[in-house]
Write a protein of this length. Structure first.
Length: 305
């Protein structure tokens, strides 16, 4: 059996006791633990988080668990892709030292009744249309932090609101976890990588490019001096509507509090532009911090933008 202290192969862990013991053994050797929580169906975005964790720690632990408490009654819990054998191979290639893949009963024992709620940050954006979602996220991440112990935990900026919620819960609950934000990883056409992209048909994928295209246009307009919330939102909405994306929200908000700005306001500094919409039956999100993040389409040929 592979050892978590031997980086040549990942160790598969299925119980909290195994995870806690493996992480404790790493720290007992004077080494540090990097944690990358995922729901599986791994892609290059996830692998980039593992590589970022490897730069910040000595041993990388990836978790793979489709968390039921963050799905609403009409969401895609049952059809969410589960492909553990493939995911384990990808974890090995990305240099993960251990993979924690628990059962539902391991994470939510019979009779459990505790939930973690982060108020304020969850009131808007995805929180408004997905009641209970961030309570589920905060609960499972708190459980993972409790099981793993002191660590560096890496999360992607694509789920920007989730990142802010996790940063807040770690700070508020005095958890011995350093939360690291990693940049959005995009496909060659600019689409932000997501496990849900697998649901898109070829035509739908072309529609979905309106999200990154809208962000890019808004970012360039901001760089040229535009500061009107209304004007920047209108630019994005025009792109989404032209591609027949069913818009859930296109919100400009404070990048720390996530409080939305009114259309009548002018931007005074770096500001979050966050999008959510449906392409067919697939819900996609994307974002850009205006004045801080690079152009989502900066690496594409000029004619493809």
């Amino acid at each position: 059996m592979a050892s978590v202290t031997d980086p040549s192969a990942p160790l598969l862990l299925t119980t909290v006791a195994e995870l806690r013991g493996a992480a404790d053994r790493v720290r007992a050797e004077g080494l540090t633990v990097g944690l990358v929580p995922t729901m599986g169906a791994l892609h290059e975005g996830h692998l980039s988080l593992m590589r970022a964790a490897a730069r910040r720690s000595d041993r990388v632990f990836t978790t793979i668990f489709v968390n039921p408490t963050q799905f609403g009654p009409n969401e895609d819990l049952e059809k969410y892709p589960r492909q553990l054998p493939r995911d384990l191979e990808l974890c090995a290639r990305a240099g993960a030292h251990a993979v924690f893949a628990p059962s539902r009963s391991e994470m939510y024992p019979e009779g459990e009744s505790t939930r973690v709620t982060v108020s304020g940050l969850t009131d808007h954006l995805c929180g408004a249309g997905r009641p209970g979602h961030f309570q589920g996220v905060a609960t499972v991440v708190t459980k993972l932090f409790a099981a793993a112990g002191p660590c560096v935990a890496v999360f992607g900026k694509k789920d920007y609101q989730q990142l802010k919620v996790i940063e807040r819960l770690a700070r508020d609950l005095l958890l011995p976890v350093q939360v690291i934000a990693a940049p959005i990883v995009r496909a060659d056409d600019g689409l932000a990588l997501s496990s849900r992209n697998a649901y898109l048909s070829g035509a739908e994928r072309n529609q979905a490019l309106a999200l990154s295209r809208g962000l890019s246009l808004a970012g360039r307009r901001y760089a040229s001096g535009e500061r009107s919330v209304a004007a920047l939102r209108a630019l994005v909405l025009e792109q989404l509507e032209a591609a027949s994306v069913r818009v859930e929200y296109a919100t400009i908000a404070d990048p720390e509090t996530l409080e939305p700005l009114n259309d009548s306001e002018l931007l005074a500094g770096p500001t979050l532009l966050a999008l959510a919409g449906f392409v067919g039956n697939t819900r996609l999100i994307d974002n850009l911090v205006l004045g801080r993040d690079p152009d989502p389409l900066a690496t594409l040929p000029e004619g493809a933008k």
